[in-house]
Design a protein around this ligand. Structure first.
Ligand SMILES: [Zn+2]
Length: 407
């Protein structure tokens, strides 16, 4: 394997900024990070590979991982998928390369006729999809929870994903797991040294699932403004929040203009297939409850941030689900954190790198440090001051190998 230097760049190492420095990579790992003195200001900025802690590579779509990588996302966390698809995706990484790395929960902790059945079947009634849905777990008892975790451990999963969706925001009533069952899944995950994160989209579901010990949420609710109870519940658990603001905007349709702006950004047209662009410009439009607004999400996020709750970046990008695009939606999420929720560009980039890595215990990535994976993104300009510059993508490396788009 090759060794190379990236000289005279501004470096954001995931925590700190080095105004000018050189990074050396050998055999897929970062071996040194040195500050250098230069009389000129660097024209480029080097970032740790971005981590998208919430995607769905539905049907093991062969475009999911390469497209993520082209947009500087070197790690994606699949948040519910059929295990055979995970095997296919792992094989794609191994055999073809040029892919974002994949972390997974494999199958989420689903119940019969519960989430995400309604959303998956709303997008497709394809017999293949129906057959996949039929293979999902149908948890009922504490013993089922134990068996479920044992199976996931045997599949080598990285965390556990729970589904706590009553249907409130969608104006529906879905079958949902009891809190007793959710607690059993969470306790069993913890007994196996796995973190447990949960889907919830209304304030009540969020409070309920935090109340049984979950380690993180995979959405921010839009149905209600924040209250002290929510903030206290996050603090009590030391839980993190992956707000998926872009996906919430697609849910309420308030995000449409921004989705279009990102999908049509002239800088990335060569990175985004036309069907992916069209998909991103369409809204999910599931939020049927009157009063649902992304402003509730933004305000909650501002308050949680002020209270010191860890916020992590995950897009919920999925296909055939609409409103998002693998890789690109992470950049939209960074934009929303900065322009709607009071994050500095550096705080937003931390949420997509070092904080994501710490929360998910990915100790080999998320920073630019000797010994870590050489997952790197080279940006022209300075996204540490203007977050919009993250789309000036000039190169992406995963384990020291350059993404073919930039070769
Ligand atoms: Zn999701």
């Amino acid at each position: 394997m090759s060794s190379f230097n990236i000289p005279n760049v501004r470096i954001f190492d995931g925590e700190e900024i080095i105004p000018c420095g050189t990074v050396t990579v050998e055999n897929g790992k970062i071996t040194s990070v040195d500050a250098t003195s230069s009389t000129t200001t660097p024209t480029h900025t080097l970032l740790p590979g971005l981590i998208d802690c919430h995607v769905h590579c539905n049907s093991a779509a062969p475009t999911a991982l390469p497209q993520s990588l082209r947009f500087g996302v070197t790690t994606v966390c699949d948040m519910h998928n059929e295990y055979p698809n995970i095997i296919t995706l792992r094989k794609q990484i191994e055999e073809e390369g040029d892919c974002a790395d994949l972390k997974t929960t494999s199958f989420g902790a689903t119940v019969e006729n519960g989430w995400p059945g309604p959303v998956v079947l709303a997008h497709s009634k394809d017999p293949h999809v129906l057959a996949e849905v039929a293979t999902w777990p149908k948890l009922k008892t504490k013993q089922d929870a134990k068996d479920y975790i044992r199976e996931r451990v045997s599949e080598g999963v990285d965390y556990i994903k729970l589904m706590h969706e009553s249907g409130t925001v969608m104006g529906a009533e879905f079958n949902m797991p009891s809190l007793e069952l959710q607690k059993a899944v969470i306790d069993e995950a913890h007994a196996n040294d796995l973190i447990a994160v949960a889907h919830a989209t209304c304030r009540k579901d969020t409070l309920d699932i935090l109340g049984v010990g979950v380690d993180g949420l995979t959405h921010q609710f839009t149905d209600q403004p924040p209250n002290q109870e929510v903030i206290d519940a996050y603090l009590k658990n030391g839980a993190h929040l992956n707000p998926t603001l872009a996906a919430m905007g697609s849910l309420t349709t308030e995000g449409k203009a921004l989705q279009e702006q990102f999908a049509h950004d002239p800088r990335i047209q060569h990175l985004l297939p036309e069907n992916a662009r069209n998909n991103m410009c369409t809204c999910m439009d599931f939020a049927k409850l009157p009063g649902c607004t992304v402003d509730n999400a933004y305000e909650t996020l501002r308050q949680l941030k002020a209270a010191g709750v860890d916020v992590v970046v995950g897009s919920d990008a999925a296909g055939p689900a609409v409103g998002t695009a693998w890789g690109l939606s992470v950049h939209q999420e960074l934009h929303l954190l900065v322009h709607k929720c009071g994050f500095t560009p550096v705080e937003a980039l931390k949420a997509a790198t070092s904080i994501n890595a710490r929360r998910f215990r990915f100790h080999d990535r998320g920073r630019i440090q000797p010994g870590l994976r050489a997952d790197l993104v080279l940006i022209e300009g300075n996204p540490l001051e203007d977050i919009g510059e993250t789309l000036n993508l000039r190169s992406v490396w995963t384990k020291g190998l350059k993404c073919s788009t930039f070769a």
